[in-house]
Design a binder for this molecule. Structure first.
Ligand code: GDP
Length: 475
C-alpha cells in the first residue's frame, strides 16, 4: 500500500523532475558522483579538477577547452544548505602552499560549478544554450557497499557476516569477536552495556581486517568502515548475532540488535541511495589499482569484489533495487585507476588495459552497457618527472617519496628527491601480481611536487576524464 507520505514524496519528486527537465532544456545541470574506497584519490581528484577548470590550465584533451569555446568557469553558491560544501580552498592551499596532501574524504560533500561556453551544435545555438552547471558530489565508496543489505533480514546478514568472520578466525580480533558473541545468550533481556561491548568487538574486528586489506567489507555495514555523521549513533550500534530464530522476540538482545539493523537500513542506507545515488547523472569510480597490485592476490581480489559491488549499484536493469525505488538512470560511468604518475609513461597504457580487464571481469555481474562505461589510467596531480638510465635503457621516475616510504631497505625522509625504477607493469593482472611478489614491481607514494603555486597543476589524462564525463554537454 502507498502511504500518504510516500505518495506526497513521489508526486513532489515527479513535479521537481518535470520542472527540472524543462529548465534543463535551456540550462542543463548534471550531477557527477565522485566515489572510490578510502584513499583512492577522491579529494585530490576533485581539487585538481576544479583548479584546472578555474585556472584554464593545460587541458588539450578536453574538447571544448581545446577549441577555445569556454568563456568562463566559476564556482557557484552551494545549492543545498544541508550538504557540506567540498572544501576546495583548504585542499588547494594544502597542496600548493604546504606541499601536503589534503584531508581525505570522510563524509558526503558537494560543489557546484558553472560553465559559460560558445555552443557548436545547431540545436544548442537554436536554444541559446550557453550555460551548463556541474554539481560534484563526493562520497565514500564504502557507503555503496550497503546496497545488498537493503533487502536482507537481520538473520541473513548475521549468518553471512559470521560465516565471513569464521574464515578469519586465526586473526585475534576476529577470534575475539566470535568468542564474545558465542559466549552470550542472544535471547536474554537487553543490557545496553553488552550491546555496546559486542558492537565494539565487531568494529575492532572489521577495522583491523580493513587495515590489513582483507576481504571483509562485504557484509560489513559501510558506515562501520566510514561513519560520516553517524559515529556512535544507535543505528550504528549493532552487530551480527548467532543462534537466531525466524521470529525474534522484541525485548531480547537479538530483538534490539534486529531493530537497530532495520533502523540502519531505513534511516541511513535507504535515504542515502534515494537522495543522492538515485539523483546522479554521471559517475566516476576511482580505484588504487597499483597499491592493490603491491598488496598481492588478496588485495586485488578485494579490489575486484568491491568494484563489482560498487558497479552493481548503478545497474539500472528492470530487476535492480534502484530502478524499483527510483526511476533514474546514470548515463556514463568512468572507472579511473589513479596515481598513474607512480609509474613511467611506458607502463601507463598497460595500467589502462589492466583497468579495462578489471571492468570486463566485473561487468558480467553488473550487466552494464559497455558504451557508457570506460576505463582510464590517470593522475590528478603528477608528482614525478621522467628520465632514462645512462644507456637509455632504464625508465626512471623522479620525485620526492613520502616520509617513511621504503625501497631496498632504505627509508625516505620526505624531503629528498630520488630517481626510482618502479618496474615494468605487465598488462595482465596475474603477471603483474607475480612481478610484484618477486619484488620486480614497487610503487612508491610521493609528496606533491614543488612549485605548484607558480604553474598549472600537472596531471595525467585528467582532461580526457573530464571530456568523457561532461564533454557532450559543452557541444
Ligand atoms: P580519498 O580518501 O579518496 O579522498 O583519497 P585522497 O584524495 O585523500 O588521496 C589519498 C592519498 O593518495 C593522498 O594523500 C596521496 O598520498 C595519494 N594520491 C591521491 N591522488 C594522487 C595522485 O594523483 N598522484 C599521486 N602520486 N598520489 C595521489
Amino acid at each position: 500500500m502507498v502511504s500518504l507520505a510516500n505518495w506526497f514524496l513521489d508526486t513532489k519528486n515527479a513535479f521537481d523532475t518535470v520542472c527540472g527537465r524543462a529548465n534543463d532544456l535551456f540550462h542543463p545541470t548534471i550531477r557527477l558522483g565522485v566515489t572510490g574506497l578510502s584513499q583512492a584519490g577522491k579529494t585530490v581528484f576533485i581539487t585538481a579538477l576544479v583548479h584546472n577548470l578555474l585556472e584554464s590550465s593545460r587541458l588539450p584533451l578536453f574538447t571544448a577547452a581545446r577549441q577555445g569555446r569556454i568563456r568562463r568557469i566559476a564556482i557557484d553558491q552551494q545549492p543545498d544548505a544541508t550538504i557540506p560544501r567540498f572544501d576546495y580552498e583548504t585542499s588547494i592551499d594544502a597542496l600548493c602552499n604546504d606541499r601536503q596532501w589534503p584531508q581525505s574524504t570522510s563524509n558526503l560533500s558537494q560543489l557546484k560549478i558553472s560553465f559559460y561556453f560558445d555552443p557548436q551544435k545547431t540545436i544548442n545555438k537554436v536554444f541559446n544554450r550557453k550555460k551548463f552547471t556541474l554539481e560534484l558530489i563526493d562520497y565514500p565508496g564504502e557507503w555503496l557497499l550497503d546496497l545488498p543489505l537493503l533487502d536482507k533480514s537481520f538473520q541473513y546478514f548475521s549468518k553471512k557476516a559470521i560465516a565471513v568472520a569464521r574464515t578469519f578466525d586465526q586473526v585475534p580480533e576476529a577470534a575475539d569477536f566470535l568468542a564474545t558473541i558465542h559466549a552470550i545468550n542472544v535471547h536474554d533481556h537487553i543490557d545496553e552495556r553488552t550491546v555496546k561491548h559486542l558492537t565494539l568487538t565487531y568494529l575492532n574486528y572489521i577495522r583491523a581486517q580493513r587495515a590489513s586489506e582483507q576481504s571483509t567489507t562485504l557484509f560489513a555495514p559501510g558506515r562501520f568502515l566510514m561513519a560520516g555523521d553517524y559515529e556512535g549513533a544507535p543505528a550504528l550500534t549493532f552487530c551480527p548475532l548467532p543462534n537466531l530464530n525466524d521470529k525474534i522476540k522484541p525485548n531480547t538482545l537479538a530483538g534490539l540488535m534486529q531493530s537497530r539493523f532495520e533502523a540502519y537500513k531505513k534511516h541511513i542506507v535507504q535515504p542515502f541511495f534515494q537522495n543522492y545515488i538515485a539523483t546522479l547523472d554521471r559517475q566516476i569510480i576511482l580505484i588504487d589499482a597499483l597499491t592493490a597490485i603491491n598488496g598481492g592476490g588478496k588485495s586485488t581480489t578485494l579490489l575486484r569484489e568491491n568494484l563489482a559491488e560498487i558497479l552493481s549499484c548503478f545497474k539500472i536493469g528492470r530487476k535492480s533495487w534502484l530502478n524499483q525505488l527510483f526511476n533514474h538512470r546514470i548515463s556514463r560511468i568512468l572507472v579511473a585507476a589513479t596515481k598513474a604518475d607512480q609509474i613511467h609513461h611506458s607502463s601507463q597504457d598497460r595500467l589502462q588495459r589492466l583497468t579495462s580487464q578489471l571492468i570486463e571481469s566485473t561487468t558480467n555481474r553488473a550487466q552494464l552497457d559497455p558504451k557508457s562505461l570506460a576505463g582510464l589510467a590517470i593522475a590528478a596531480i603528477r608528482t614525478t618527472r621522467e628520465a632514462t638510465g645512462k644507456n637509455n635503457d632504464v625508465p626512471f621516475i623522479i620525485g620526492t617519496p613520502m616520509a617513511g616510504e621504503e625501497l631496498d631497505g632504505n627509508y625516505f625522509d620526505g624531503n629528498t628527491e630520488a630517481a626510482i625504477f618502479p618496474g615494468d607493469l605487465p598488462d595482465n593482472l596475474q603477471e603483474a601480481l607475480d612481478a610484484s611478489r618477486s619484488g620486480n614491481l614497487k610503487f612508491i607514494r610521493f609528496r606533491p611536487p614543488n612549485g605548484l603555486r607558480e604553474k598549472p597543476l600537472p596531471h595525467i589524462r585528467l582532461d580526457r576524464a573530464i571530456d568523457f564525463l561532461i564533454g557532450d554537454y559543452l557541444q
